[in-house]
Design a protein around this ligand. Structure first.
Ligand SMILES: [Zn+2]
Length: 170
């Protein structure tokens, strides 16, 4: 799919520009270390994910590793307080709530708060996932967040059309 390749390179540029669209591509906030499902570290951000999503991510990680690609979870479940802080930071950065909601969901609308979303990386993993994620039911849900995945189809199914950004949901 040539179009997805174009989307990918565009999104990569967006990643560089918007250091932390859903609050996770920058450095982890103090006290919140990034979680790695396949490493020794297992914290609440992984433990409190929806079990089906967690299983799907683990299966994808195993398959990716066979292709020589390492998939990491850069952010999983978040407390309402954490999400509120990310949202407040986005409002300050983008100047208005309307603009902020394109990049960061409110605690009431974030799939991270319900444990139904993961942010994955690094970029070679995202490239792999854009081709193979649906094999595990994992879909990128927002066109402007190439790292944000949710369980949105059955394994091997077809991912729903991406929303342009987070405003389509809030
Ligand atoms: Zn996300």
């Amino acid at each position: 799919m040539t179009s997805s390749r174009a989307v990918l390179s565009g999104a990569l540029a967006a990643v560089a520009l918007l250091a932390s669209a859903c609050g996770t591509t920058g450095a982890a906030p103090e006290g919140e270390l990034p979680a790695r499902v396949d490493g020794a570290r297992q914290d609440a951000s992984v433990a409190r994910l929806d079990p089906d999503l967690r299983s799907a991510v683990r299966a994808a990680m195993r398959a990716a590793r066979e292709d020589g690609v390492r998939v990491e979870i850069t952010s999983g479940w978040r407390s309402r307080e954490h999400q509120q802080r990310l949202y407040d930071e986005a409002v300050a950065r983008y100047g208005s709530e309307d603009e902020a909601r394109r990049y960061v969901a409110t605690p009431d609308s974030s799939a991270h708060v319900t444990g139904d979303a993961v942010d994955l990386g690094p970029t070679d993993a995202l490239s792999w996932l854009s081709q193979h994620g649906a094999d595990f039911g994992l879909c990128q849900t927002f066109a402007n967040e190439m790292w944000h995945y949710e369980l949105a189809t059955t394994p091997g199914g077809r991912c729903p059309e991406m929303l342009l950004d987070g405003t389509g949901r809030s």
